[in-house]
Design a protein. Structure first.
Length: 216
């Protein structure tokens, strides 16, 4: 079509644009017109910047969420550490000896019981009876019972997998002359001071928001 058609202008100079076929059909049913002003579509109102109080509230909320998440990861880490310790201290083979304490089975020794989960032999001292009221006997070794507890208390049953966790720092031998108590007291008075535990170097989102607010 020739550019001399009546009313035709370049796209940048024409304040009115024709909608597409779908919009035309909808507008025909709504009787709202056949065109729309292009300037109304191109208008963009820049949001006002957050004031200092709003930024402070956002930073506090993010910091609280990160603190709660860290505590939860440490709590789950303690559960995992307890389970790992039980597995490391298991000395039996689960066939002729108890899988946990290593006690031998025999006529004059402890009777052999079978764990429902791992199907290994366990003695009566290292078994947990989780039988229901229906009468079905359900015996678990302490490792499998603890595994179920970790799965339940960590929320892994809901997420279908273990959530993120932080393992506790390995225990150190106590320092002489009460140095450990003095160090813990100094750490409590000055949380920013270096201690024996590993400090996180993660650049958190709360720090990023705070630095952005300060213009750094």
């Amino acid at each position: 079509m020739s550019s001399q058609v009546r009313g035709h202008r370049p796209a940048g100079d024409n304040p009115w644009v024709c909608p597409n076929d779908r919009q035309l059909a909808l507008r025909a049913k709504l009787k709202s017109g056949w065109s729309v002003k292009a300037s109304s579509l191109q208008q963009y109102r820049k949001p006002a910047p957050l004031n200092e109080r709003e930024q402070h509230v956002i930073v506090n909320v993010i910091q609280k969420a990160e603190s709660f998440e860290k505590k939860e990861q440490m709590r789950v880490g303690k559960l995992v550490e307890r389970l790992d310790n039980m597995r490391r201290h298991a000395v039996g083979n689960g066939a002729s000896t108890c899988v946990l304490c290593g006690e031998k089975f025999g006529l004059l020794a402890s009777s052999k019981l079978k764990c429902k989960d791992c199907h290994k032999a366990v003695c009566h001292k290292c078994v947990v009876d989780t039988s229901s009221t229906a009468g079905e006997q359900w015996l678990l070794c302490k490792i499998c019972a603890e595994t179920r507890e970790v799965w339940k208390k960590s929320g892994a049953w809901f997420f279908k997998g273990m959530p993120r966790y932080v393992m506790p720092d390995p225990k150190r031998p106590p320092l002489a002359n009460g140095a450990g108590s003095r160090r813990r007291a100094a750490s409590a008075e000055n949380p920013g001071s270096p201690s024996g535990s590993t400090r996180s170097a993660r650049y958190s989102w709360a720090k990023h928001v705070q630095n952005s607010a300060n213009g750094e």
